[in-house]
Write a protein that binds this ligand. Structure first.
Ligand SMILES: [Zn+2]
Ligand SMILES: [Zn+2]
Length: 295
């Protein structure tokens, strides 16, 4: 046990050092700086919202702009911390020890780690997105998970940063399932998660942006602002009582499994969920909201 405690402490110290280096040195040689990437992509998408807005009367600093900006950095660091922990030898060893009684001896069910990195990346992206699409449905269907996911659906006015408004519990739900499926079943190298994350952040920012885009025929493959806004619709149609358009980066799963729904241009639809007038409004209130009894 002492061994694990020591290693965990080392992991956190390692993470703190890594974080500090990332912020201090924007142009670290040989390393892609994800922290500054998030800032640059946010500024680019925000700039687009200001130049060619979909809802022309939406303010540059829309409702909850700063709350969502805070969420963006908070959740970015939580994701990184989790990944950092997952990559550490402690976690690998701990998981192997925990699963050993079940007959797990390390290794993977299907080993894709020898494929060309480009193919691995492509497969990682597709499989991870599908896994997330499934988890997203669970977030809407399982009552406690819905309470956690409500934070994301409390957005009343859309803008790029609304993408990152979610309870940190979601990071744990999504990533533990992704870790098991992608790393333990398929043997993907976890470092890929960093690269896929930058692609997902870019698409996710665009999905929530105040931009009237759907990418033409590519809309059946790529999720887009005109589709995702319906995912946030306050009113739910009879045929989709739990929600629709669950896609994260790709929209194709919704078209395949018939959870797609765009009845008309959703530019001005009301966003949120039933009774959201009484929902927690600040960061800390939203942090504890899932654990409070609902009236
Ligand atoms: Zn949702
Ligand atoms: Zn969303």
């Amino acid at each position: 046990m002492d061994k694990y405690i020591d290693l965990f402490v080392m992991t956190y110290i390692g993470y703190a050092n890594y974080l500090w280096k990332t912020i201090k040195e924007p142009f670290l040689e040989g390393d892609f700086n994800f922290f500054y990437f998030v800032i640059v992509i946010s500024l680019v998408v925000w700039g687009l919202e200001l130049i060619i807005p979909w809802r022309k009367d939406q303010k540059a600093f829309r409702k909850d702009f700063w709350l969502d900006t805070f969420y963006m950095f908070f959740n970015f660091f939580i994701f990184n911390l989790l990944l950092y922990i997952a990559l550490s030898s402690v976690t690998v060893e701990l998981l192997n020890n925990l699963l050993a009684p079940l007959g797990y001896q390390g290794g993977h069910l299907i080993d894709l780690s020898n494929l060309h990195w480009g193919i691995q990346l492509f497969l990682f992206f597709i499989i991870a997105d599908f896994v997330q699409w499934c988890v997203h449905i669970l977030l809407h269907r399982i009552p406690f998970l819905w309470k956690i996911h409500k934070v994301h659906h409390s957005v009343k006015e859309m803008g790029f940063a609304a993408h990152m408004r979610y309870h940190f519990g979601e990071t744990f739900v999504y990533n533990s399932i992704k870790y098991i499926s992608l790393s333990m079943i398929f043997g993907f190298q976890l470092e890929m998660a960093f690269i896929v994350y930058t692609i997902a952040i870019t698409i996710g920012h665009l999905n929530h942006a105040n931009l009237g885009w759907d990418y033409g025929p590519l809309r059946y493959i790529l999720n887009n602002p005109k589709m995702h806004i319906w995912h946030h619709s306050k009113a739910l149609p009879k045929e989709h009582p739990y929600g629709m358009n669950y896609g994260i980066s790709l929209s194709i799963w919704d078209y395949i499994f018939r959870t797609n729904y765009i009845p008309h241009d959703g530019r001005d639809i009301e966003l949120g969920f039933h009774d959201d007038e009484n929902y927690a409004s600040g960061f800390f209130e939203q942090l504890i909201a899932p654990f409070r009894k609902e009236k």
